[in-house]
Write a protein of this length. Structure first.
Length: 262
């Protein structure tokens, strides 16, 4: 009886924690955003989503069905404004006064990733890793891979994709295939092996050397023996990575060998 009481108590505590997490998550926030534009355009005021919709009617209409729209950020106390747009673009009164334009006082996330970093701090930290896409130095922007206004956040601006991997294939066309002998990992997507925002490992790999492959292919027959595909790889693994030891060099797929070789 005492055991059942403790189990019930812990279940209540867990449920309470889940409720608190939901209530304070970014999808229900009602606080003022810390927009980079608030400092960069300090002389401007917030105009609300309706002020943006006057010119950007189509974007605002589509935005209503997106994930980012779930933030529903409200204005300062006493102001009935929806600041969901200006949370990223900064206060827009000066932009509205001159009837818009990229050269007017407004924050453009494709030029300033800080607009994205204010919520995606984990991604920003990734860009400090040794191997990362060149977003911090301005050679790429978040918009090259993500459409913040689109229904599919994993598609770049103005491009309709069939799947998330198509985003990567825009630049890495040599990996698109199709291949006679495919690597099944590609069915799960590029991110099963690569972290696109940054990694401590070359080629943005989520794990280094053969440990990456052993996540799926490791079969330990007996202590001290590594078996993969019914063959002992105990000595081969020690010689180097699976794809650079003269073995499975065609890791994305091969047209001539079912062991993924060129």
């Amino acid at each position: 009886m005492k055991r059942a009481k403790w189990i019930f108590l812990w279940l209540c505590v867990g449920l309470y924690g889940i409720i608190l997490t939901f209530l304070f998550s970014c999808t229900t926030q009602n606080r003022m955003p810390v927009s980079p534009g608030a400092q960069l355009i300090s002389e401007a005021d917030y105009v609300g989503r309706e002020g943006c919709a006057a010119c950007h009617e189509e974007i605002v209409a589509d935005f209503n069905s997106t994930l980012h729209n779930r933030m529903q950020i409200s204005g300062p106390e006493g102001q009935e404004l929806d600041l969901t747009c200006e949370a990223c673009h900064g206060p827009g009164s000066l932009h509205v006064e001159v009837r818009g334009g990229r050269d007017t006082p407004i924050i453009l996330p494709d030029e300033n990733p800080e607009a994205c970093y204010q919520c995606h701090r984990d991604v920003q930290a990734r860009f400090f890793q040794e191997y990362r896409h060149p977003v911090p130095i301005g050679k790429m922007s978040c918009m090259n891979c993500h459409d913040p206004h689109g229904k599919d956040i994993y598609s770049p601006v103005g491009v309709k994709m069939f799947n998330r991997e198509d985003v990567c294939y825009q630049c890495h066309q040599e990996q698109t295939g199709p291949y006679v002998f495919e690597h099944e990992a590609l069915r799960e997507g590029c991110t099963s092996c690569h972290n696109p925002h940054g990694s401590i490992n070359e080629k943005y790999l989520v794990q280094r050397d053969s440990n990456l492959c052993l996540r799926c292919h490791g079969q330990i027959a007996v202590s001290g023996t590594v078996v993969m595909g019914d063959f002992s790889h105990t000595t081969r693994v020690a010689e180097g990575t699976c794809w650079s030891a003269g073995c499975h060099t065609a890791v994305h797929g091969s047209n001539i060998n079912d062991h993924l070789r060129y």
